[in-house]
Ligand binder design. Structure first.
Ligand code: SAH
Length: 491
């Protein structure tokens, strides 16, 4: 199994600092299943290539299959057949490039934070789903992806393709991101060889997927395959991805792929020491019924409920994203006029598709307006509604632009009610492995006191009163994950 990582950054040999592996040395790292070797076939000023070579030792592999082995969880899914090697490659990446994957580099901290020109090749990658799936997984992450099926035997093209793909990725990315993409996606492409048992697989996935998995269009497939289709683990992972700012609705989407029947080829030959899940395991991994509802769903439901309680019948959703709230409002006949606005035309295109605008019955369609607009510029189209909603939007606005948004929404549009939701930063300690903010695009996240102070000032300035509601399960000390302010115009 071979993986090469090249860069043409100058000086290209900086790659050695980033990987924490000296370009002049050949280094070996013992793995429980064999040996990982790192060497540099080229190390010039203009181009530098690091190679990770994995030598799998079938005897070692079998020997590690014990409960006491440090790789106990690994032993659940490995076997001595070469097709499992890409999972092993991911394990080796996780181990050998641990510091680089965390984005740490004391010698060159600024380098680790920067995107650089990278080229990654894997000459033979087991890939269930073929070259097309490899493209679907890597392209949304900014990789120019070349994936070619490797023929079973070049001398006999009529035999067709093997399940291996020759993969070449090119792009400008942070090295840490590149390594995390491989760490998660190699076993996903390999698929079906994992007998994960540990609930901490969810943590590993969330941590390695930070910043890219939640918005990935194939996140359902990735999560499902990575977790070996363990339902309880999947539910936990989806719930956490949703909490981490995924603005789409996993739970309501039909599964992208059905679990295929295992074929003879895929049934491990060796008996796999899979620990059966304890009867209680389901309960542990899958929280009680209401907690299993993702945070974004609960947020939307709370907004709809509040709008109903306020007796509103026309609502403008400012920063509507993919249109989930708009869809929920349209489902309630009492909302006679529903409008979605977003600055992003892509978001509006996705909203139109998700709402099935083309096929929407006329009566419903007549209640709906979608348009592009920026909340920091006065726009007469924002006026004339009973209520405006800013759901998880203010934290996407640069603090110096926030005053403009306040003026536009509370000063000019000035609806009877404004509902604002935003993350409660105090709650973030409950997200294990969350190191920064919940979403890469967030410009700030406020404590309850900060939000209350902002809301009180805005209310006073524009003659509104404001009340607060928690959304999501409340932590006794840290409050709820989402905070909501409900503003009502005076007089
Ligand atoms: N309200 C949706 C989306 C939240 S994500 C939900 O809760 O699911 C934030 C959205 O605000 C994004 O779709 C982004 O495009 C939009 N946005 C950010 N700044 C904006 C601005 N200045 N004007 C209009 N929309 C904006």
């Amino acid at each position: 199994m071979l993986l090469t990582i090249s860069t043409t950054a100058t000086p290209a040999t900086d790659l050695g600092f980033l990987l924490h592996k000296h370009p002049d040395r050949v280094q070996e790292f013992a793995q429980s299943f064999g040996t990982a070797t790192v060497l540099y076939p080229e190390a010039g000023e203009d181009r530098c290539t690091a190679a990770l070579l994995l030598d799998v030792d079938p005897v070692k592999l079998v020997r590690t299959r014990g409960r006491t082995s440090p790789d106990f969880s690994l032993s659940q899914y490995v076997n001595d057949r070469p097709y499992a090697a890409s999972s092993l490659l991911a394990v080796a990446i996780g181990d050998v490039f641990r510091t680089a994957r965390a984005g740490r580099c004391t010698a060159r901290p600024e380098l680790a934070a920067e995107a650089m020109p990278l080229e990654i090749t894997i000459p033979a990658l087991p890939c269930r789903g073929g070259p097309d799936l490899a493209r679907r997984l890597f392209e949304p992450l900014g990789w120019e992806t070349e994936a070619q099926a490797v023929p079973l035997d070049e001398a006999f093209p009529e035999w067709g393709d093997s399940r291996y793909v020759r993969l070449r990725l090119r792009g400008r990315l942070r090295l840490a991101d590149a390594l995390n993409h491989l760490y998660v996606l190699l076993p996903v492409l390999d698929d079906g060889k994992h007998y994960w048992i540990a609930p901490d697989e969810v943590d590993k996935l969330i941590r390695a997927g930070e910043g890219w998995l939640a918005p990935h269009p194939e996140r359902t497939l990735i999560t499902r395959r990575y977790l070996g289709r363990r339902r309880a683990l999947e539910r936990t992972a989806f719930a956490r991805l949703a909490e981490l700012g995924d603005e789409t609705e996993e739970a309501l989407e039909p599964p992208i792929e059905e679990t295929p029947e295992p074929t003879a080829e895929e049934t491990p030959e060796l008996t796999v020491e899979e620990t059966p899940e304890r009867p209680s395991a389901e309960g542990e991994a899958g929280p009680p019924a209401d907690k299993a509802v993702p945070l974004n769903t609960r947020r939307r439901e709370e907004v709809v409920r509040t709008l109903q309680e306020l007796g509103t019948s026309s609502v403008i959703d400012l920063g509507c994203g993919s249109g989930q709230l708009v869809g929920a409002l349209l489902a309630e006949p009492r909302f006679a006029r529903v409008t979605g606005v977003d600055v992003s035309t892509l978001a509006l295109t996705i909203a139109a598709r998700k709402l099935r605008l083309e096929r929407m019955p006329d009566a419903k369609r007549a209640r709906l307006t979608l348009f592009q607009g920026a909340l920091t510029y006065t726009d007469p189209r924002f006026a004339g509604y009973d209520a405006a909603v800013l759901m998880e939007v203010i934290e996407h606005v640069d603090p110096p632009r926030l005053a403009a948004l306040e003026r536009v929404v509370f000063g000019h549009a000035a609806p009877q009610h404004v509902i604002v939701t935003t993350p409660n930063s105090e709650y973030n300690v409950n997200y294990e492995f969350l190191t920064g903010m919940r979403h890469p695009d967030h410009r700030f996240e406020w404590t309850r006191a900060e939000f209350a102070a902002w809301a009180a000032r805005v209310a006073a300035e524009y003659h509104y009163t404001v009340t607060f509601k928690p959304v999501g399960d409340e932590d006794p000390d840290k409050g709820s994950p989402t905070q909501m302010g409900v503003f009502t115009r005076e007089h």
